[in-house]
Structures are given as C-alpha cells and as structure tokens.
Design a binder for this molecule. Structure first.
Ligand code: G3H
Ligand code: ZN
Length: 278
C-alpha cells in the first residue's frame, strides 16, 4: 500500500516539488505509475471535477486510479482536483482518495472561507489533506487570467481562517495554455513562501516553460499541476500512430499516447524534483 496524503508526502520530500498530473483515462494513471517507477519519485494522480463530469461519475475512474496507485511501489497521492461541490468532496473521501482540492475561488470571499473551513474539518477527520485556492488562476473556462495575483498577507489570513494544508496561488500562470509562454512572478512566489505557513501549489503549469518551472520550485512551489501539456503530448503521439498504422485496435494508438506521456511525465518529475535526468 503506497497511498499517502499530500501533507505526509510533502513532509518526507525534502527537495523540490511534487509533480501532480491529471487522470482522465486509465492510461493516464498507468503512465504516471510507470513514470514514478522509472524515476523513483512520488507522484500525485489527480481527478478533476471536470473529468468526473466527463465520465458521469467519480467512482469508476477513482477505483481505477486507486488500484493503479496501490500497485505502485512509489508513494502516490490520489487527489480530487478543482472540486467546487462539497458533496463530491464527501464522496471522494468515502471512496478512499487521500487528498482533495476544494476550489471556492468563484465564491464571494466570506463564503469561500466558511465553505473551505467546513471541508477541512470533515476531511481532516478522515485523514485527508485539503488544498484550496486563493486568487483565481483562471482559464478553466477557456479565458486566461494571467494578470491575477494572490496577496501574501491575504493568503496567510486565509490559511489561518480555514486550516488548509496547501494553497494554490495566482502568480502569473493560467489554465489550459497550449503554448509555454507564461511568465511567472517569481518574486511574489518567494514572498508567498515567506508569509504563508503551508506548501504552495502552482496551477496552470502547462503554459510555463521548463526554466520557469524550475525557478518557481526554487522560489518555493511544492506541488506543480500539469495537465494540458501532457494531453497535447498524448494526442500528438496518438495522431502519429494513427497516421502510421491502419488499425481499429484502440490499444495501438492509446498505447502510443500512454508511452509518450510516461516519458514526458518522468522528465517533468525529475525537473521538478531538481534532480538530474536519468
Ligand atoms: O489543476 C490542474 C492544473 O492546474 C493543470 O493546468 O492544464 O494548464 O496544466 P494545465
Ligand atoms: Zn488547476
């Protein structure tokens, strides 16, 4: 059994940041487990509320991801990502996920704090860690919001008010970018690390070039969420495979996608751990 919650994992990870990759198909989870086996590094496998909406339910994809995670020799956090629905958080805890992100960033500030504190209490009773977001990173609805910034004093107060274990902050990235051109406010990351007593999380990391990711980790980011970039890699490998092989065997082209993101996930894990590539 290698399941861990985020707090436990970050406490034992002394260098760099942990890579957090999104699972939509079972092939994603299999790829991240294979990457972790190759790098000997822990990984977060996360299922977003949007992925749950796509499947129509959390339970089947959660069961598949948990089974892959339990078979891994590396520590794996199975995390619910961007949950805006408290009932979905409750279901995730019941299903055995070890970590959740409750995203109340679209709520009015006071309501966000109250709802987040309520989620934290319930999750902590079950040994589940909670990440929250302050300062909407934006882009999930297709609109990029790279101008939004999280204020360090506000972030510290938010953590004190809610008891969250990790905090997603807005520092210049934006969700769902398909070009790696985002410029992060590295000074702000350093100030947030100074002022905020819990690990910081970078969202929308697909748009950040390698050098920006390394700078963000050196400045204090501890969990780095990457989804769109890996889906680009997956899709390109699948398209190449379909062009090269006339086949109706889904294993052939999904397998090509899975192999491609295994290699890229491993590379990113090592980059974020500030370790030389093997
Ligand atoms: O929560 C998930 C992430 O923040 C991923 O964002 O798709 O822009 O990499 P991304
Ligand atoms: Zn995100």
């Amino acid at each position: 059994m290698t399941l861990a919650n985020l707090t436990e994992l970050l406490a034992t990870t002394t260098r760099g940041a942990i890579a957090a990759f999104n699972v939509i198909q079972i092939e994603h989870a299999e790829a991240y487990a294979a990457a972790a086996a190759h790098t000997n590094l822990p990984v977060v496998m996360q299922i977003s509320q949007n992925a749950v909406r796509y499947h129509g339910a959390l339970a089947p994809i959660a069961a598949a991801t948990l089974a892959v995670a339990r078979a891994s020799e590396q520590p794996v956090v199975v995390h619910l990502d961007h949950a805006e629905d408290e009932d979905l958080v409750r279901e995730a805890v019941e299903l055995g996920l070890t970590s959740v992100m409750y995203d109340g960033s679209r709520l009015p500030d006071e309501q966000n704090r109250e709802a987040t504190a309520r989620v934290v209490q319930r999750c902590h009773d079950a040994g589940v860690s909670v990440e929250a977001e302050l300062g909407e990173v934006g882009g999930k609805d297709g609109v990029h919001a790279p101008g939004v910034r999280t204020d360090p004093a506000d972030a510290a107060q938010f953590v004190a008010d809610t008891g969250v274990d990790a905090l997603a902050v807005a520092v210049g990235s934006s969700h769902a970018m398909t070009s790696r051109t985002a410029e992060l406010d590295v000074d702000l990351i350093a100030r947030l690390r100074e002022g905020v007593p819990v690990p910081l999380v970078l969202h929308g990391s697909s748009g950040v070039p390698d050098a920006g990711l390394v700078a963000a980790v050196r400045a204090g980011m501890r969990k780095v969420n990457i989804a769109t970039h890996l889906n680009q890699v997956f899709t390109e490998a699948m398209q190449t495979s379909l062009r090269e092989h006339r086949t109706v065997d889904t294993r052939r082209y999904l397998g090509a996608g899975r192999d491609a993101i295994t290699a890229e996930a491993a590379r990113l894990q090592q980059l974020l751990a500030l370790e030389p590539t093997t």
